[in-house]
Structures are given as structure tokens and as C-alpha cells.
Design a protein around this ligand. Structure first.
Ligand code: CP
Ligand code: NVA
Length: 304
């Protein structure tokens, strides 16, 4: 039994095992149906705790759990005793006696870690203020499907230095690709974190100028300028030059693909003409959340 907490806690072979199973199952579903995949959750229940809204994470997990033969119990944090001060550790111990797996989306990263520490069943990180590992697993799959391989790709992260970008930087210490971080200087991920990642083998470039940063890139990734729970004001003015629009994306490679974890704020971080263009693989990425998460559940529950 193991929890899926962060990309940095995985080895390359863990990621490869998850992606290998995902591709196999996706093929079975495409050629036959989801009824033909292994029902690894038969007789099992999964609790999903949400402190923040969600469309993709909630629905893709619920559908994936049902495809695996399991049952989902969705718990809005405001509806359970957590909201009245019950501790994370007591919540973890009690839920562990009812369910076989817990998925959590929360504000404080430490809450997810504490839940995992105190649970006797695996915990999956469905987004915290610091990371979004399920998203990056789906993104890696989507890049492999569209570009053949993640290795040697020149990836651009443009916009806010947020939770999704942190998980991408963690992936860059494991995989052999180059990532350029293009954020306003004051919205960069902490420099210490970037330096540590470089010391761990990541190939990271920093370029605060969108026009030069996007030059020759294969994959362009952005996200909302204001993440859930981020109450900072006046970010929009500094982020305006970082909008991914037709003029900017022209400077990337001709065959560059555009990615966004969604939800998108059209007209802010990305324009309609980019997100709806042939270069955009955002909806394929959203679908891959469903496929990759079934295999993340498998990885958490499998006996080695
Ligand atoms: N990308 C993503 O996690 O979307 P939701 O917030 O809708 O779950
Ligand atoms: N960075 C965004 C991702 C949403 C899926 C947020 O945290 O709101």
C-alpha cells in the first residue's frame, strides 16, 4: 500500500508503470469497452474529500472508480466534522476504517501529508496549494501521445508560478526534458526550490520575457492567473504580457502544442483562438485525467 502524494516521491519506473497500464487500458476501452478492464475496486469504497471546487478531478475519479467496479463517497469538507475542528489525524483514522482509499483536494499541502501519514489506506493528492501531481501525470501521457516521447522536448511554462508548475518542475528532475519558466519575476516559484531541482538534475531555464522564452518551444503550458484560494491582488497587470495569444504562439515551433489543465479563463491567460486551435490538446489532456487516475489507483493498491 502506498500513497500518491507528489511527483517528487515517485521514481521514473513508478511513472512508467502507471503510464504503461494506462495506455493498455485505454486501448482496451477504445477497442472493446470499459466493461472489459480489470475490476480492481470490486467491493471497495473510495472517499473523496474536497475543500475546493472541482469539475475534472471529481468527475474523472468518480467515473474511473465506477469503471473499476468501486463505489465513491464524495465529501465536501464543509459538510463533514473537519469544518467544525475535528483533527486531520482523527479524520484519517476513522475514514481508514470505512474506506479502501482516500482522495483529497485541499488548501494546505501539509493537510494532505498529514492525512497520508495518519491513514492506514492510501491517499491520493487531488491538488493542494503546492502541487497537482495527477494533472502532471495526465499531461505527460498527453505529450507522449502527441509528440512520441517526453524526452528532449522543450517545454515552456508561462504565467503564474503555481501548484501545477511546481509539479512540472518536480517531473523535470526525473525526466530528460528542458523546462523554461517564464513568469513575472515576483510571481516565480521560490528560487531556492528551483535551485534544488537543478541540483537534483532538472534542466530548468528561467526567462522572464515571453517573446524570447517561447522561441523554439515544443510544448506551451499555462494555467489560470489566480489559483483557488489565491487572494493576492494586482497580479493581473503583471501577468497581462504573459497571455498566450496567436501573436505569441507564432514564435514557438510550428508543430508546438498548447496545454492548460483547465478551467481556463478565456481572454486572460489564453485567447479563444489559441485554446480552440489545432495546436491545442487541452481536451485530450482533460480526458487523460480519467485514464491515468485509474492506474494511479492501481499503483496505490497493488502488492509488490
Ligand atoms: N484540472 C483540474 O484539476 O480541474 P478541476 O479543478 O475541475 O478538478
Ligand atoms: N492552479 C489552479 C489549478 C486548477 C485545476 C488552481 O489551483 O486553482
Amino acid at each position: 500500500m502506498r500513497s500518491f502524494t507528489d511527483i517528487k516521491d515517485l521514481s521514473k519506473s513508478d511513472i512508467e508503470a502507471i503510464l504503461f497500464r494506462t495506455k493498455q487500458e485505454k486501448k482496451v476501452i477504445a477497442e472493446k469497452s470499459s466493461l472489459d478492464i480489470e475490476k480492481i475496486l470490486l467491493g471497495k469504497t473510495v472517499a473523496l474529500i474536497f475543500e475546493k471546487p472541482s469539475t475534472r478531478t471529481r468527475v474523472s475519479f468518480e467515473v474511473g472508480i465506477s469503471q473499476l467496479g468501486g463505489y465513491s463517497s464524495v465529501l465536501q469538507a464543509s459538510d463533514i466534522q473537519l469544518s467544525r475542528g475535528e483533527s486531520i489525524s482523527d479524520t484519517a483514522k476513522v475514514l481508514s476504517r470505512y474506506v479502501d482509499l482516500i482522495i483529497v483536494r485541499c488548501f494546505e499541502h501539509q493537510m494532505m501529508i498529514d492525512l497520508a501519514k495518519n491513514s492506514s489506506v492510501p491517499v491520493i493528492n487531488g491538488l493542494t496549494d503546492q502541487s497537482h501531481p495527477c494533472q502532471v501525470m495526465a499531461d505527460i501521457l498527453t505529450i507522449e501521445e502527441n509528440k512520441g516521447s517526453l524526452s528532449n522536448q522543450n517545454i515552456l511554462w508561462i504565467g503564474d508560478g503555481n501548484n501545477v508548475s511546481r509539479s512540472w518542475v518536480e517531473a523535470s528532475s526525473i525526466y530528460d526534458f528542458q523546462i523554461t519558466l517564464c513568469t513575472p519575476k515576483e510571481l516565480s516559484l521560490p528560487i531556492k526550490f528551483i535551485e534544488n531541482s537543478i541540483a537534483n538534475g532538472a534542466n530548468i531555464k528561467i526567462d522572464y520575457q515571453p517573446e524570447s522564452a517561447i522561441n523554439n518551444k515544443d510544448v506551451i503550458i499555462t494555467d489560470t492567473w489566480s489559483s483557488m484560494g489565491d487572494n493576492s491582488i494586482n497580479k493581473e497587470n503583471s501577468l497581462k504580457p504573459y497571455q498566450v495569444n496567436r501573436e505569441l504562439i507564432k514564435k514557438a515551433r510550428k508543430d508546438a502544442v498548447f496545454m492548460h489543465c483547465l478551467p481556463a479563463h478565456r481572454g486572460k491567460e489564453v485567447t479563444n483562438e489559441v485554446i480552440d486551435s489545432n495546436q491545442s490538446i487541452v481536451f485530450a489532456g482533460a480526458e487523460n485525467r480519467l485514464h491515468v487516475q485509474r492506474s494511479i489507483i492501481w499503483w496505490c493498491l497493488k502488492n509488490d
